[in-house]
Design a protein around this ligand. Sequence first.
Ligand code: UGA
Length: 443
Amino acid sequence: SRSTDPRISVIGTGYLGATHAVCMAELGFDVTGVDIDAGRIRRLSAGEVPFYEPGLEALLRKNLEAGRLTFTGSLAEAVERADVHFVCVGTPQQPDSGAADLRHVEAAVSGLITAGLGPGDLVVGKSTVPAGTATRLAAKLAAGVPGAELAWNPEFLREGFAVDDTLRPDRLVFGVAPEGTAERRLRAVYAQMIGDGVPVVVTDHTTAELVKVAANAFLATKISFINAMAEVCEATGGDVVELASALAHDARIGRRFLQAGIGFGGGCLPKDIRAFQARADELGVGRALTFLGEVDAVNIRARARAVALAREALGGSPANRTVGVLGAAFKPNSDDIRDSPALEVAEALRRAGAHVSVYDPAAAENARACHPNLCFADSVVGAVAGAEVVLVLTEWHEFRELDPAVLRPHVARPIVIDGRGALDPQRWRTAGWTYRALGRPRR
Ligand code: UGA
């Protein structure tokens, strides 16, 4: 590589960090990935991605082989090799307040300072943090290493599309201090994408932090909006799918994120709206975000409504009834089960006494570790064998493509609850199934 190229380190090789490190190497930079988890470093160094993400492992191997990518447990090594350091560590939810736990972010910045960061170095935060964090970290950095700079560059990637979203983002957001070199240096890092026409928004630290949480709050609100409409449809006999597709013709509303169902889960949306509310409370503007409490409540109700629909389908108590569940991941193309609506519905039915058998093409192993009381099957047929009701709770392609006629002889009663709007009702009804979905009439 040319001597003027930024040399990059990525602190934290979880979902975001591992993807970012691999994609930066793919752009041609020398990249050092750092993590305190030795097992993770070992696996990544061996070309193994420790989570399910289409396309990532091939790129990891390619860039390891090209010698552009190394992983280490040592921040000192990162400081020695690189001059632009991306902070990609997690900001988990604190159990009581819902506020973000910033200890890993603080530790990363302190660690870089102690490891010998130089005056020409740039630290770039990518983690999702409460507004005000970057300004505080910038002061800490300036005090620790005069001349070093801090920028905030939030990440908007989706699980399941992480590589594509990183290499072809909708936009880049650079939160920088008014004077300094951060904008120029970030433009150098992202030169290829900017050349391809990806828009850049240059702003201050705080606005950059806010863009991230505002985007996730908007997406969560959109999903809960349509799920609230589903509740109204259930009370009135309307059809939320037809409603959503009619709404979608209005370009101001759009078609995406209007899929009614059991709601949002995962490691980001639920945690981010709670942390955003907690931060607004601290800032004395809690009232501006009280609606996010409703967004959360609608979302949690969606899970309960799916359980109620299953009870109704069973014609009474789930106790000792056989239930087949298709899907465990919080969404398809992922093995992530954090705050998974699918598993919460499955657990609620199990707690009510049902024998629940779950199948998921990628997340079963993670799910089994956290839900030892659920049964896991190796196939769709295994999960639905003898079922009195089948619930589709993650919209994997494999489930969309199921042939209801082939499945029918395996179940005790052909009733399917489509928790994700993944199935074609007509097809299932024609094959003799009773099809039920949230926000849709019985017909
Ligand atoms: C989300 C955002 O979409 C990303 O832009 C962001 O970078 C990321 O969080 C993050 O903060 O790291 P992700 O959690 O991967 O990405 O998942 P999404 O695709 O947003 O889906 C979130 C949840 O909403 C899933 O459980 C999905 O099933 C649900 N959903 C989505 C619906 O219930 N209905 C919809 O119409 C769309």
